[in-house]
Design a protein around this ligand. Structure first.
Ligand code: TRP
Length: 354
């Protein structure tokens, strides 16, 4: 069998359970594009990472399965992309340990995830008493570096919030190679032109914890109720731009109205969007129809995803099967990376592996 010479593109997905439009336009769409362009795509569920911010018992297994069924319903194809679960590659934990030995604590303390959590805690009244920041959270970027380096990824497309972590992984690989020899493949980070979708409450970002999402599996009734609930009592502000470009005019609208226009532009045909821009400019009464029209387009988009989610070929059993098969596909490379790192550091070959 000829070896696959294509570059490896890797990205991790946090198991968040329900997926919403922010996830779709921020990540899923890019994953599908890369898959359809014929790249060798590795997408994995970062379930170890989910544990770094866990505050209570949650069913990560269930969340992972349902999230993957949604991904499959959106078009992610386990026959085209290698989709696996981080915890099915436990040697990632060993590589994390090895990389941890060459990582400065000061460096990790400047990591965005850690810094944000720290800032939040110090601003809350209890301060840092009973400091719940974990060793695992501080080590978030090390684990992420292990994810990337273990499968010898060439490119790591991530959203802006994860860029710094990818840079840290690149730095760790260079440092390792400098110290112990050229063992690790140094990846390149690539910007992903991700769109940050505003929340239905008009806040800058649609996010599950902010309760401002439209979900990909919402049924038509829920969609309509959520959209009707969007606050549109503020008078429209005049648009100073003559352009129809959503990037020019949407920021000039009251934020929650802007969120509706943004969705409409993404989901409805161009002439429908233009028609509502015209109504806005002329100051017509249009909020009611804007909402019902948008709800229709959202439900139309959701329908095949809901159908795919419930399809007989998309069950817990089929997801488990492709997770297992795909983890097997990357295991050999992953073990090879860890063994090479250990040997380079002076540990020598495992006596228990063939
Ligand atoms: N931290 C990433 C996120 O929150 C997920 C992730 C984990 C990841 N490991 C990765 C992304 C490796 C890219 C490469 O979105």
């Amino acid at each position: 069998m000829a070896t696959d010479k294509r570059e490896i593109i890797l990205s991790g997905i946090r198991p968040t359970g329900r997926l919403h439009y922010g996830n779709y336009f921020g990540a899923i769409r890019a994953f599908l594009d890369l898959q359809e362009q014929g790249h060798r795509c590795y997408y994995f569920i970062a379930d170890y990472h989910a544990l770094t911010t866990i505050t209570e018992r949650m069913d990560l297994y269930r969340q992972t399965i349902d999230m993957l069924r949604t991904y499959v319903a959106c078009g992610l194809d386990p026959a085209k992309s290698v989709i696996y679960r981080q915890s099915d590659l436990p040697c990632t934990a060993e590589l994390t340990l090895l990389l941890g030995m060459i990582t400065n604590i000061g460096h990790l303390e400047r990591g965005t995830t850690y810094k944000d959590k720290m800032a939040k805690l110090t601003s809350e009244s209890e301060g840092l008493e009973g400091n719940p920041l974990s060793y695992g959270l501080l080590g978030y970027p090390v684990l992420m570096a292990a994810d990337i380096l273990i499968v010898k990824a060439d490119k790591v497309p991530v959203g802006d919030d994860q860029r710094q972590h990818v840079e840290m992984a690149i730095e760790m690989a260079r440092k390792f190679n400098h110290r112990f020899g050229e063992v690790l493949k140094v990846p390149a980070s690539v910007p992903r032109n991700a769109l940050r979708l505003p929340g239905l409450d008009g806040s800058a970002k649609m996010g599950k914890s902010d309760n401002n999402t439209l979900d990909l599996l919402d049924d038509p009734k829920t969609v309509l109720a959520k959209i009707k609930g969007v606050q549109t009592t503020t008078d429209p502000l005049p648009l100073s731009s003559d352009s129809d470009d959503p990037d020019a005019i949407i920021p000039q609208m009251p934020p929650s109205l802007g969120a509706l226009y943004r969705m409409l532009h993404l989901l409805a045909p161009e002439d429908v969007y233009q028609d509502f821009v015209g109504k806005y400019r002329r100051g017509e009464k249009f909020y009611g129809t804007l909402k019902t029209t948008l709800a229709e387009h959202v439900s139309k988009f959701n329908a095949p995803i809901i159908e795919g989610f419930n399809a007989p070929g998309n069950t817990e059993a089929t997801v488990c099967e492709f997770l297992r098969a795909n983890a097997e596909k990357v295991t050999e490379t992953a073990l090879d990376t860890v063994e090479s790192c250990k040997a380079a550091m002076g540990l020598g070959r495992s006596l228990f592996r063939a």
